[in-house]
Design a protein around this ligand. Structure first.
Ligand code: ARG
Ligand code: GLU
Length: 720
């Protein structure tokens, strides 16, 4: 009796120390989190954060453009997100003459705000637990396919039964690996205009060197505005649209933060995998990450050098390079972090305890006794396919642009073959405009270098059984020289010649498809992809669906076997709340990081004219004169801070909110030591990085002279 009590007490204390782990469903805060949040200093109620009956914080939060978060910060639809989230839009409005990426952009009136076709933001109107409906008739014995069929049918029914307005959408998502389901009613606004962006020397200060790293000094923000029809409802772009009036917008705190203050981050985290078994984590860290990293080392070496050399390339490749480099650096940090915290050892210890408890209970033993060894077997079986899938995906799918282009144009050929030329006729202008977009930012001479470097990896490292014979023949014909093969491919292919493509498109679908089918590069990538589809992906997917089913059972089992643990669902792109405190951390022996940075630190890093660490003259002048307006604290201007909030990709642009519901910062990154938090959260070193909102206000007001935007906001001083 006494012993169980002590064990319970110890687990309870251990859980308290981990209190900041978790990405919680807003609907369940009252039940699961409110008490703890208040104990950590929160002054609001769960109902202030999420309510269907009245305006609440959630009404100020949007999914921004598919992959980021944004928040409404004025009654006139003013929207704050990261600079790197608006990057594609800022880039698309930039030319060498009007280089908004380099120099920044500020709309001084509503008329100057720039529309962004294709960009939208989505609000969450309501969340409902629909687990019972979706799992109706599903039994534990069912096989994957049968289960999936019931789930799809039930999902469709639950969706069509959900009450919604004509301008709203409904979606249902699986949680806890398909053990629970939630329904979301959403509203999507489609007229989103660019209002302001700092120059990259502020918004992307420190670029790749500082990316994923603390201490940080980046003003990673941009401003947009949501426009609505005259009825305040979603509408396509029109000059007659009006600024959107939100149900709620976040007041902005001028009081700043101190170590230990309660913080909450509200947004759309994309994907985490916290409940994987140890063989999956080991495979990712030891086998798959090194493959991806090695390939991107090569493509980044080439792109970086060309970008440093040519300012035009710098604009054209800005987004592409940032995307490739961002994941590359994260994977490096992730592998290191798992090792540094003995993530695999800890998973194994957890699994031993799991197995012990399972075997002590006959019913569990029957149901769950073999799960872990089954995982072991399946991951080992999948590994050769997973490796080839990673190699070919990185080489032919994500890094050689000629191949990505050919792969997307393959979709056109497939349509042609399925539906005939007539059906394609009307799509030709769309294909042309896709190509225009592609060629605007394309340099064949750079891609040719990437091709040579990555195809070398294809021939040397990909399992020969998964290589295409046609591709091998071409290599042999080129004297086994990757550079020579690249030269031949780029000379022969018409896919890098916009004029030839244009001509074929205007001649109609038959001519265009014929061009593709006769094209050498198209044939090469098709043969690589077909071999991969036939010999790699089929097997990979088959094993993966078994793993998925196992993972669903393992999740259910963990929740049953560890009733004292409070579980949160992995991130899946839906709205979540995470909370913690402003906190520094011990990065390694003798190195302790403080939680706040200041403008002094920007100046320490300043390297005149540098591609990553230049500082604009105007900012240096404000610094010299200590001209900080009301945004400084004890004569120093805050720039960034870190906290123990559990975030991931997709949380970019999420608001950092204080105990009262005011905006104090803007989430944009995590610290290097803690990037493994997606698979192995560790409260001691996992920190999220936020821009201090006072730095944002300072840049808008003092640097850009766009004080009219600050006037639109509601500034508050909650600390009095
Ligand atoms: N690492 C942050 C995130 O994952 C910021 C990326 C943008 N910044 C950059 N230097 N590429 O997305
Ligand atoms: N920068 C990331 C994003 O784009 C957020 C940082 C993270 O992954 O935590 O969502």
């Amino acid at each position: 009796m006494k012993k169980t009590f002590i064990i319970l007490l110890i687990t309870w204390i251990a859980n308290l120390a981990l209190a900041t782990e978790g990405m919680w469903i807003p609907l369940l805060l009252k039940q699961l989190n409110e008490a703890e949040m208040r104990a950590m200093g929160m002054k609001m109620s769960a109902e202030d954060i999420y309510s269907v009956n009245r305006g609440s914080l959630k009404d100020a939060i949007v999914l921004f453009g598919g992959g980021c978060t944004g928040e409404v910060i004025s009654g006139q639809g003013l929207l704050l997100t990261n600079h790197h989230c608006g990057y594609g839009q800022i880039q698309s409005h930039s030319t060498l003459e009007n280089n908004y990426l380099q120099d920044g952009f500020w709309a001084m009136s509503r008329k100057e705000e720039l529309p962004n076709p294709g960009l939208s933001v989505t609000f969450i109107v309501r969340i409902e637990d629909v687990t019972a409906q979706v799992l109706e008739n599903v039994t534990p014995e069912m096989h994957y396919k049968e289960r999936q069929a019931w789930v799809s049918r039930n999902t469709e029914q639950a969706k069509s039964a959900a009450a919604r307005e004509s301008y709203q959408d409904v979606m249902i998502r699986p949680f806890f690996e398909g053990n629970q389901y939630y329904l979301f009613v959403t509203e999507t606004y489609r007229d989103i205009r660019l209002v302001g962006a700092p120059p990259s020397s502020i918004g992307k200060f420190g670029a790749d060197t500082d990316n994923w790293v603390w201490p940080r000094h980046t003003g990673d923000f941009s401003l947009f505005r949501i426009y609505a029809g005259p009825d305040n409802k979603p509408a396509d772009y029109s000059p007659d649209n009006v600024p959107f009036q939100p149900r709620h917008f976040l007041p902005v705190s001028l009081d700043g933060v101190s170590e230990g203050d309660f913080t909450m981050v509200f947004g759309f985290p994309g994907r985490t995998e916290e409940y994987l078994p140890s063989p999956a984590v080991a495979q990712r860290v030891d086998v798959l990450n090194p493959i991806r990293i090695g390939i991107r080392d090569r493509s980044l070496n080439i792109i970086d050098e060309e970008m440093r050399r040519d300012p035009q390339v710098r604009i054209q490749y800005a987004s592409k390079q940032a995307r490739i480099a961002n994941a590359w650096k994260k994977w490096i940090g992730e592998s290191q972090g798992v090792k540094a915290t003995d993530g695999i050892g800890r998973k194994k210890a957890f699994e031993r305890e799991f197995q012990k408890r399972v075997e002590a209970n006959p019913e569990w033993k029957k149901q769950y006794g073999g799960l872990l060894s089954q995982f072991e077997k399946l991951y080992a079986e999948q590994e050769p396919f997973a490796k080839s899938r990673e190699y070919i995906g990185e080489i032919a799918g994500r890094n050689i642009e000629l191949f990505s282009l050919a792969n997307s144009l393959h979709g056109v050929v497939k349509q042609y073959e399925a539906n005939g030329a007539a059906a394609l006729e009307s799509r030709m202008p769309r294909i042309q405009s896709y190509l225009d977009g592609f060629f605007k930012d394309y340099r064949p001479e750079i891609d040719q270098l990437v091709f040579a470097s990555l195809m070398e990896v294809y021939y040397n490292e990909v399992n020969p059984a998964h290589q295409s014979e046609f591709a091998i023949e071409q290599f042999v014909n080129a004297g086994k020289s990757p550079a020579e093969l690249a030269r031949i491919v780029f000379t022969k292919t018409k896919l890098v010649k916009p004029e030839a493509l244009k001509q074929a498109i205007s001649a109609g679908p038959d001519a265009f498809v014929q061009l593709l089918k006769e094209d050498y590069a198209y044939a090469l990538v098709r043969s690589i992809s077909e071999v991969s589809e036939g010999k790699v992906l089929g097997e990979y997917d088959r094993i993966q669906s078994e793993i998925d089913l196992l993972q669903q059972q393992y999740m259910k089992a963990q929740m049953e076997v560890f009733p004292e643990k409070r579980f949160y669902p992995d991130a899946n792109g839906t709205l979540r709340v995470t909370y913690g405190q402003v906190a520094g951390y011990q990065a390694r022996d003798a190195v302790h990081y403080q939680p706040m940075t200041y403008l002094e630190g920007v100046m320490e890093k300043y390297v005149p004219g540098d591609y990553e660490f230049d500082v604009p003259e105007k900012l240096r002048e404000l610094y010299r004169n200590k001209d900080y307006g009301s945004y400084a604290e004890d004569g120093k201007l805050p720039v960034c801070f870190i906290g123990s909030n559990h975030t991931t990709g997709g949380n970019s642009g999420s608001p950092a909110i204080d105990a009262h519901g005011n905006l104090i910062g803007l989430n944009f990154d995590r610290v290097w030591e803690g990037t493994m938090s997606d698979i192995n959260y560790d409260a001691s070193i996992c920190r999220n990085i936020m821009v201090d909102v006072r730095y944002i206000l300072f840049i808008v007001d003092k640097y850009a002279g766009a004080g009219h935007l600050v006037e639109e906001m509601k500034l508050v001083r909650p600390k009095g």
